[in-house]
Design a protein around this ligand. Structure first.
Ligand SMILES: C[S@@+](CC[C@H](N)C(=O)[O-])C[C@H]1O[C@@H](n2cnc3c(N)ncnc32)[C@H](O)[C@@H]1O
Length: 271
């Protein structure tokens, strides 16, 4: 089962440290859409497949109440440990059967998670929990990351891409939904008011250690680690050595610029 890929406690704690928060640009696009459709003050938001709560926490200032749900108890435990707002709570449950009342949700988000769900069942569940006029926002970034540092951006981007490609034999089939930029997921949304926004670029400035730290958050890396632990650890060491050598630095604290591409699906349930 795909969800079991996220059960490990160690995996969850890597998530908390290294996964990105959604960019301000994505938040602005979501709220540009929501502001035209919902009345303020906004009531209840649910973040599905919330992991350790990176996106859940971002919703807190906009809603009276925010709930993060995830099938993995380990991810929910990490989410609860993080600094939170009093209006944010978490619950372990599947996206296809949420512990949420009928027609109770104003905004439902799924950040880097919708591709893991049983989409047919999830879409029915979303329709059950959304209020008439309620909105959904599903979004994801992709692994074709670009990394910028002085004159060696091309080379270090290539190191990252090679390492991602080396994980291909361990990638779950669900990752293909991500690689086709959520087109199938978009098609399964049954509402006429919907849009798909692609090529949303995000720039982040992070230490190199955060780029290397992304690998242990990838589900494919976890399969590799389970099957060939020594080779998986060796791959991480090699990636770090190559980055440092090419960049001419000895410290993984060195700051790099990371550029990500995102896709965002927005829709609104008819009144
Ligand atoms: C790639 S992580 C994304 C986590 C977080 N939203 C983020 O932005 O980093 C995908 C999450 O979806 C959860 N997940 C996978 N299948 C699920 C399901 N059927 N129901 C609920 N959560 C699920 C996993 O446990 C995992 O935490």
């Amino acid at each position: 089962m795909a969800a079991q890929l996220f059960e490990g406690k160690e995996h969850a704690s890597c998530y908390q440290k290294f996964r990105f928060e959604p960019s301000q640009e994505i938040i602005d696009l979501i709220f540009g859409y929501v502001d035209e459709r919902l009345h303020k003050p906004y009531g209840f938001a649910v973040d599905v497949g919330c992991g350790t709560g990176q996106n859940t926490r971002v919703l807190a200032p906009y809603f009276k109440k925010v709930l993060g749900v995830d099938i993995s108890e380990a991810q929910i435990e990490e989410a609860k440990k993080a600094m939170g707002s009093p209006n944010v709570t978490y619950s372990a449950c599947p996206a296809e059967e949420m512990s949420v009342g009928d027609a109770s949700v104003d905004l439902l988000t799924a950040c880097v998670s919708a591709h893991w769900f049983n989409i047919e069942k999830f879409v029915k569940e979303v329709d059950r929990v959304l209020k008439p006029g309620g909105c959904l926002a599903f979004f994801s970034y992709f692994t074709n990351v670009e990394i910028y540092y002085k004159e060696c951006s091309e080379q270090i981007t290539e190191v990252f891409a090679e390492a991602v490609n080396s994980l291909a034999p361990y990638m779950h089939e669900k990752i293909t939904l991500m690689r086709t930029e959520y087109k199938e997921i978009y098609e399964s949304i049954p509402y006429p008011d919907k849009r798909r926004i692609e090529n949303i670029g995000t720039k982040l400035h992070v230490p190199l250690s955060n780029v290397i730290g992304l690998f242990p958050t990838f589900s494919a890396f976890h399969i590799y680690l389970r099957k060939e632990p020594e080779k998986a650890k060796d791959m991480l060491r090699t990636v770090e050595e190559r980055f440092l050598r090419i960049m001419g630095t000895s410290s993984t604290d060195t700051e790099v610029e990371v550029r990500l591409q995102n896709v965002l699906l927005l829709a609104s349930k008819p009144q």
